[in-house]
Design a protein around this ligand. Sequence first.
Ligand SMILES: [Zn+2]
Length: 432
Amino acid sequence: MPCVHFLKIFTLSILCSLLVSAITFAQNNEKHYLIKAGQMYDSEKNVFLKNKQILVKGNTILKVGDKLDVPPGTTVLDHGNATVTPGLIDAHTHILFRQGVTEKIAFDGIMNSAETRVLRAVGYAKSYLKAGFTAIRDLGNSEQYLDVEVRNAIDRGDFPGPRMVVSGPIISAMDGQLDGVPVKQFDHYSRKEYSMVSGEEEAKKAVKEHIVRGVDVIKITAIGGRLTMTPEEMKAVVDAAHRERIQVTAHCDRDWAVHAAIAAGVDGLEHGYGFKPTTLDTMAKKKIYLVPTDGSADLSMIFLRSQNLPVDEQAIRKNFQPLYNRIMAAHKAGVMIVAGSDAYVGFDMPRGEQATHTVAGYLDAGLSPADVLKTATFNGSVALGMQGQIGVLKENAMADIVVFNGDMQKDFKKSLFNVKMVMKNGVVEYEK
Ligand SMILES: [Zn+2]
């Protein structure tokens, strides 16, 4: 009978897949690597250490030390002339979104299908791994939960990519953030990209819906294109999210709009342009981190050259100075700086490499090589809610490890752009 026949095949296929999973699990579980590091960055102590060894078993770091005993069959990876760091973390990105150089911000959502955006994200995810990023936090502009789908596909092993912590649609006031939407279709397209709320009840409901759909973090716009969320709406979001142990971070680029977000109890602030010194002091006191998403002067020049536009290096570096000053002011005030690229402008460069430029830009701002690495490792793990699991090289942490050619302490930028090996979850994902 067809039904019985089908049942037999079905049962057999389940048994086969269980067997394959068990064998794969056993293999992964037993695989040992010993990584010998000429130099290793310790993100907790924020120092570079010479001649360290890292023993990996399966997807976990078993031990870190000077000279380790290893079981037979261990694969030794000798990286004497290199710097070994935890996998990098980009805490603010949008891999489902691309704004062409001459396009309005709404163009992607209006003209490109969900399929186009997801397939494009597959390439962006791979480029992140290749650049040494083993984790990213994706903060919206992903239609309705495409980021959740992409994260799940990477977790299933459908294609390679970094770990993803995702926000789902950004919760905003009734304006979203899009410009370039035809007036009559404003509501349609803005609702496609955002969760626009009015009032505390809608704000709470949006958070619950996000959590049920599987997001890891909530992002709000303290101020969007024009409207601010009310203090009551922001507080409703934060309370509903914190009740479920989910962090909230707020897009905010004006000092006058940030105070309600801080009072509401957000965990982090994105961008942070024009914040006053007193605001930075309050952030430090309340342990609210800042994600400065500036790119870099170098990236701006590459961009201009790609467009065959004139490049005045001195003027560009001068324009960046106020941005750099704000990063250093926040750092000196004791605010935790978290690396975030906000890479969404599309030009001829892999996304991962674009994100690397933002990290390099923090060095131009005046942070030391160790402090820069901290923003993209330890501090990133805090923003992703994965402290102790990623962004550190220590016993029981996940085996997310990057090897950079050269000496990062002495020649930071050259080394940062010269990735030698990337391991994510105990698997070597890239090797040069
Ligand atoms: Zn952004």
